[in-house]
Design a protein around this ligand. Sequence first.
Ligand SMILES: NC(=O)C1=CN([C@@H]2O[C@H](COP(=O)(O)OP(=O)(O)OC[C@H]3O[C@@H](n4cnc5c(N)ncnc54)[C@H](O)[C@@H]3O)[C@@H](O)[C@H]2O)C=CC1
Ligand SMILES: O=C(CO)COP(=O)(O)O
Length: 331
Amino acid sequence: MNISIIGGGAWGTTLGQTLHDNGHRVLIYDINPKAVEKINNHFHPFFDTILPDEVVATTSLKEVIDFSNYFILSVPTKAVRSVLKEINEVLNKPSVFINVSKGIEPQTLKRVSEIVEEEIDKKNLEGFVVLTGPSHAEEVILRKLTLLVSSSKDQKLSEQIQLIFSNEQYLRVYTSNDLIGCEVGGAVKNAIAVISGACTGLGLGENARAAVITRGIIEIIRVVEIMGGKKETAYGLTGIGDLIVTASSENSRNFTAGKKIGQGIPVDQIYAEQKQTIEGIRTIEAMYHLAKEYNVELPMINAAYDIIFNDLPVKEALQNLLSRDLKSEDF
Ligand SMILES: NC(=O)C1=CN([C@@H]2O[C@H](COP(=O)(O)OP(=O)(O)OC[C@H]3O[C@@H](n4cnc5c(N)ncnc54)[C@H](O)[C@@H]3O)[C@@H](O)[C@H]2O)C=CC1
Ligand SMILES: O=C(CO)COP(=O)(O)O
């Protein structure tokens, strides 16, 4: 098959290699000519890896649209709406959108599937799939074992995407019928990963990390349920799985950004130093608004919001969390 990849960063380029491994032809589109040049010189734009000659890139949106009718969305979530608007202006055939970005729009609280439905003309929207799960690009590019989940309202389409991405060497894809749960889990785990990193930056230890991960999954479940997903989905790869890999790894940009927050480094400086996508801070903003609008209890996310957006010192935010009323853990 021919498959178009929108966004040739760490993840999009890595998936390009996987699709090539699986016998597909790919064309990557990126707004950044330097990334495109690197890929066409067979270097991964972020990792020290030589790419297969057939993984090629372009800065031409028209070229990537003409190339196929399967589009992988691997730009940061904040760019998804604008890039879809541009695609919609040129697109003239029914197409499938496979989202691999992980976020929720703070202003609208929309998931990427909803943004796609809003921006792509109905006649050209053949289907939507989210492909998500615990997957550091740093490992997938080295073909290290990884499990993902493909989910869509259309079961046949999620099965097709499962087949396209799976191989018997390193990548196994499961399907799920809970699109909302999968989208929400993948997004909100980034917010919790920032919080986990902040604990490490503050000098807290593994006890604190285990506590953040465990109480984090409770916050994820509350969001999944309020947004219409199934809580059981959060127990799987797209929830707990992705939370573990992100909230406990120095490979994670979200964890690393959180660590800097815990060390008292201002967020503007963190964004300036980290050229790659950090989704979690934006998701903290989205979840703070969601918590207010739907009256959901998200104490850790609210504390993180106060640190990042209201300049509350990290130690004070922690003190506030610890001085809440004592309660039972009974489920
Ligand atoms: N890096 C990873 O291990 C994984 C990342 N993801 C998710 O994938 C998404 C992308 O992440 P990364 O590839 O790591 O980010 P990245 O920062 O490495 O790459 C993003 C790419 O998108 C391009 N881009 C930005 N705006 C664009 C636009 N308007 N049009 C075309 N290209 C544009 C950038 O130039 C850049 O090359 C994020 O939502 C992330 O959470 C998901 C799973 C794994
Ligand atoms: O989503 C990811 C792993 O599943 C990547 O996480 P980071 O964006 O924090 O690096």
